[in-house]
Design a protein around this ligand. Structure first.
Ligand code: ATP
Ligand code: MG
Ligand code: FE
Length: 335
C-alpha cells in the first residue's frame, strides 16, 4: 500500500509518501521555527498562515520526490489532532480536497500515534509494546497490546517534558525551541545543583514537571540575589538529570510490571542524547526486551510517521469521513 501522509498540528508543514508502512519514499518537512523564534514560541495565527502558504507545495514535493502520482496513492492519512486548531484545519482541509478530487479514502490519525509509529521505520513493532512518549505537548507511557490499540497508563499532570525543556531554556536566555540547546549544554556540564526528582505516588505512572521548573526558577533567582553566577552548563545537566532519571525510572517499572516485548521511544524529546543514552544503558542487560529508538529526523514532527500509523489503521479498515473536522484535544484511546 502507498499512503500519502499530511501533518500540520503545530509549526511544521509536512507531507510524506510511505510504502507498506515502513518504506519512506519521501518525507518533506517545512519548518516555521525561524518565524516563531522572535516571539519565543509558536504563534497560532502565524502558524496557520504559513501552513496555508506552503501546504500545496509541500504535498507536490512529497509526491515528486517519491516519484508517484496521486492516482497511485491508496489513501491519504492526516493528523486529526491534537494540536492547534487553526493549524490542524489546514492539513485536514488539504487532505479532504485531495480525497475528493482523486476519489481516495481518508484515514484520520492521532498525532501521538504517529510519533509512536515513527519507530516502524527502524524495525517492525512487536506487541505487547510500551512507548515512552516525550514531546512538546505530551509526556505519557502508552501500552499497546496490539497494533492500533492505545492505552495511556500514565501522563503528565502539568507540563510536558519538552515544555519544561523549553521553559528552562528561556530562563537561560536560549532561543526557541530550547530543548536541543539544553541537550548540548548538558553534555558539557555536570549534575551539581540539587534539583528535585518528582515521583508522585509510589504506584503512579503519572509525571509532573512544573515543580522542577519552579525549582530551576527559584535557584537562578536566589543565586542572582546573592550575586552568585549560575553555571549554565551545570544547570542544564542538573535539570536534564532530574528529567531523565524520573522518565527512565517510571519506564523501567512499567516494562517490568507489564512484561512487554518492546519498548519504543517517541516524540521530540526522544532526540535528547541524555535520554537516549540512559534508555540504552538501563535496558542493555534485559534480553527479553527489544528497545527501539527512532532516528533524530523522525523524533520531531513529520508526516512519514503519520503515514506509517495511517497504514496500519487503513489496513484495519479505519476511514475518515469526508466531513471530518480537526480535533485540538483528540483522545489517543478513543480516536
Ligand atoms: P506534541 O507532539 O505533544 O503535539 P509537538 O509536536 O510540538 O508536541 P514535538 O515536535 O514532538 O512537539 O517535539 C518538540 C519538542 O521537543 C520541543 O519542546 C523541543 O524543545 C523538544 N526537543 C527537540 N529536540 C530535543 C532535544 N535534543 N532535547 C530535549 N528536547 C528536545
Ligand atoms: Mg514543532
Ligand atoms: Fe509532535
Amino acid at each position: 500500500v502507498l499512503i500519502l501522509g499530511i501533518e500540520t498540528s503545530c509549526d511544521e508543514t509536512a507531507a510524506a509518501v510511505v510504502k507498506n508502512g515502513k518504506e519512506m519514499l519521501s518525507n518533506v518537512v517545512a519548518s516555521q521555527i525561524e518565524s516563531h523564534k522572535r516571539f519565543g514560541g509558536v504563534v497560532p495565527e502565524i502558524a496557520s498562515r504559513h501552513h496555508v502558504e506552503v501546504m500545496t507545495l509541500v504535498v507536490e514535493e512529497a509526491l515528486e520526490k517519491a516519484n508517484v502520482t496521486m492516482e497511485e496513492i491508496d489513501a491519504i492519512a492526516v493528523t486529526e489532532g491534537p494540536g492547534l486548531v487553526g493549524a490542524l484545519l489546514v492539513g485536514v482541509n488539504a487532505a479532504k480536497a485531495l480525497a475528493f478530487a482523486f476519489q481516495k479514502p481518508l484515514v484520520n490519525v492521532h498525532h501521538i500515534a504517529g510519533h509512536i509509529y515513527a519507530n516502524a521505520f527502524v524495525k517492525p513493532l512487536q506487541f505487547p509494546l510500551l512507548s515512552l512518549v516525550v514531546s512538546g505537548g505530551h509526556t505519557e507511557l502508552v501500552y499497546m497490546p496490539e497494533d492500533g490499540v492505545f492505552e495511556v497508563i500514565g501522563e503528565t499532570r502539568d507540563d510536558a517534558a519538552g515544555e519544561a525543556y523549553d521553559k528552562v531554556a528561556r530562563i537561560l536566555s536560549l532561543p526557541y525551541p530550547g530543548g536541543p540547546h539544553i541537550d548540548r549544554m548538558a553534555a558539557n556540564g555536570e549534575d551539581t545543583y540539587k534539583l528535585p526528582r518528582v515521583w508522585l505516588e509510589e504506584d503512579s505512572y503519572d509525571f509532573s514537571f512544573s515543580g522542577l521548573k519552579s525549582a530551576v526558577i527559584n535557584l537562578s533567582h536566589n543565586m542572582a540575589q546573592r550575586g552568585e553566577e549560575i553555571q549554565p552548563e551545570n544547570l542544564a545537566a542538573s535539570f536534564q538529570a532530574s528529567v531523565v532519571e524520573v522518565l527512565v525510572g517510571k519506564t523501567k517499572r512499567a516494562v517490568e510490571e507489564l512484561g512487554v516485548k518492546q519498548l519504543v521511544l517517541a516524540g521530540g524529546v526522544a532526540a535528547n542524547r541524555g535520554l537516549r543514552q540512559a534508555i540504552e544503558d538501563t535496558f542493555v542487560d534485559n534480553e527479553q526486551l527489544d528497545v527501539v529508538i527512532p532516528p533524530l529526523s523522525l523524533c520531531t514532527d513529520n508526516a512519514a510517521m503519520i503515514a506509517a500509523a495511517g497504514t496500519v489503521l487503513y489496513q484495519q479498515g479505519k476511514r475518515g469521513k469526508m466531513d471530518m473536522n480537526a480535533h485540538p484535544n483528540l483522545d489517543l484511546e478513543q480516536f
